[in-house]
Design a binder for this molecule. Structure first.
Ligand SMILES: [Fe+2]
Ligand SMILES: [Fe+2]
Length: 205
């Protein structure tokens, strides 16, 4: 069967329901190889933020690196640092719900609390500006009973809203690359990575 798989270039079916066991096993191997390169694609997508939303003093790419640098300097663990790096990765494709994209990208690999914070950082960040544009700065209050509320507050205050400063320290992407590879090299959806109920402080007091 392995010989068949190595010889096969593409499947024969043109409707999924007609695929054979051998064809789906062949596709499985390719998918595994594709998944293994997720980190590379994520890093490439991050580069796309160099040409993202304008008007700020720094690009979203610089903002992402600054955010990750702040997290790293705070002594945050790898899940937090990678999340800080990728928290705005959805800006290009989903500017109106960018946090959902970032959450979807990291969710199979990091603690649930980290995914939750990334998913909701947009609404938590509104406390800094919403009153200027006729929106509710306290919209995040609807999550006040969440066990992750304070982590989301801290994420925005310490790593997100501060990272728009051209003079802020900004470690290069190459510094964070091994961390991205480590996180995306984990087994997707493994409980040991999702760690339900586990909370790790963003910084040391
Ligand atoms: Fe954001
Ligand atoms: Fe941000």
């Amino acid at each position: 069967m392995l010989d068949d798989q190595t010889e096969m270039k593409t499947v024969n079916f043109i409707q999924m329901k007609d695929g054979t066991k051998e064809e789906y096993e062949f596709l499985d191997v390719l998918e595994e190889e594709f998944v293994a390169k997720t980190a590379d694609r994520v890093l490439k997508a991050l580069e796309g933020l160099k040409h993202s939303i304008s008007g700020y003093k720094v690009t979203r790419y610089d903002h992402s690196l600054q955010s990750a640098t702040l997290a790293y300097r705070d002594g945050a663990d790898i899940d937090w640092v990678v999340a800080a790096l990728l928290h705005d990765i959805g800006d290009e494709l989903a500017p109106c719900n960018h946090d959902s994209i970032a959450e979807a990208v990291i969710k199979p690999y990091v603690r649930e609390e980290v995914s939750w914070v990334i998913r909701h950082h947009g609404i938590f960040q509104m406390v800094y500006y919403a009153h200027h544009v006729g929106k509710d700065p306290e919209a995040r209050q609807k999550y006040k009973d969440s066990p992750h509320y304070q982590a989301a507050v801290d994420f925005c205050e310490r790593w997100d809203q501060r990272a728009f400063d051209p003079d802020l320290e900004q470690l290069p992407l190459s510094f964070f690359e091994p961390m991205v590879h480590e996180v995306f090299g984990r087994e997707a959806w493994a409980e040991e990575n999702l760690k339900p109920g586990v909370q790790v402080p963003l910084y040391k007091t």
